[in-house]
Design a protein around this ligand. Structure first.
Ligand SMILES: CC(C)(COP(=O)(O)OP(=O)(O)OC[C@H]1O[C@@H](n2cnc3c(N)ncnc32)[C@H](O)[C@@H]1OP(=O)(O)O)[C@@H](O)C(=O)NCCC(=O)NCCS
Length: 178
């Protein structure tokens, strides 16, 4: 069940994580993190140049049905997620989501907390499935995290991503019922 605030205080070495719905005031943090990730070239397919502030605002917050959430670690911006319908019309029951954790806050459970929160939010919004269309196979932390949250690999797109340092690598479509 999702409430306005979600707190996870698992153990002292983990982050003091709070998750809440994003507001327009959070967009600068989201955009800076998104640009950083895109320039790294190892997880998302978009180029940093094509994802202008205007397009990024649509992607993370303003496209139809999109709900952005913010994770804070001891009150500091630590990451974000966006929940959206994967497709319209007769596939509208399937959710899609995006996640980024700030490099300074990784490995402390922020990604897992954002994932659990977003799954609960999707259920609350009436979605019955969640699908990730583009999980880079070389993104081992993400693949492990999504499997731990109940996702399975539904299909593999051979050499679907041109990784900045590894070259052409496979891409997974992952899904789970909600
Ligand atoms: C994928 C991502 C969201 C994970 O966020 P995170 O906050 O570091 O994840 P968590 O701390 O919740 O860790 C999740 C699991 O991965 C493991 N993990 C985290 N960082 C790791 C690392 N560098 N090496 C190995 N394992 C790691 C954790 O131990 C944990 O496993 P456990 O539950 O068995 O302990 C984050 O790495 C990220 O933002 N990456 C760039 C953007 C991206 O890839 N988005 C997803 C696209 S599909």
């Amino acid at each position: 069940m999702v409430s306005g605030l979600f707190k996870q205080n698992a153990s002292p070495d983990r982050a003091q994580i709070t998750i809440r719905e994003a507001t327009r005031a959070d967009f600068d943090d989201i955009y800076a993190l998104f640009q950083h990730i895109l320039k790294e070239g190892s997880t998302y397919s978009y180029s940093a140049e094509e994802m202008t502030a205007e397009r990024s605002l649509q992607y993370w917050m303003e496209a139809t049905g999109t709900i952005a959430s913010i994770a804070e670690d001891n009150g500091v911006f630590a990451g974000c997620s966006a929940l959206r319908p994967n497709r319209t019309g007769r596939a509208h029951h399937v959710a899609n989501a995006s996640f980024i954790v700030h490099p300074d806050h990784r490995g402390k459970g922020v990604g897992a907390a954002l994932g659990e929160y977003t799954l609960a939010l999707a259920r609350k919004k009436g979605y019955t499935n969640m699908q990730f269309n583009f999980v880079v196979s070389a993104n081992e932390v993400a693949v492990k995290l999504w499997k731990s949250l109940g996702f399975v690999i539904a299909g593999t797109l051979p050499k679907g991503f041109n990784h900045a340092t590894k070259g052409l690598v496979d891409v997974y479509i992952m899904h789970r019922p909600l």
